[in-house]
Design a protein around this ligand. Sequence first.
Ligand SMILES: [Zn+2]
Length: 96
Amino acid sequence: MKNYDPQPTIKGFINEYNSQITIWCPECKTWHTHGEGNGNRASHCLMQESKYNTNLGYRIESYTKADLLKFKQGILKLILTDKEKEMLNFNEGGFE
Ligand SMILES: [Zn+2]
């Protein structure tokens, strides 16, 4: 097992019950779900040589509300039709 310093940090989504946190792993391209809250975790990575499979595991920090609002803007930009964007006063910068 590799020994990295500093410990890698990865951002995650807290579930609706505030009981689990889920990260998208860029190494093995799957979701890894852990117990509640931010902090240090043993990696669930499926790739033996993953940068997260260290003696320290990884540190998970939940996405902030500002992070999530950016995702929301990007998702709405992709899924709304032009007519819906017009009706909702949605433009490239978001809602007016
Ligand atoms: Zn992984």
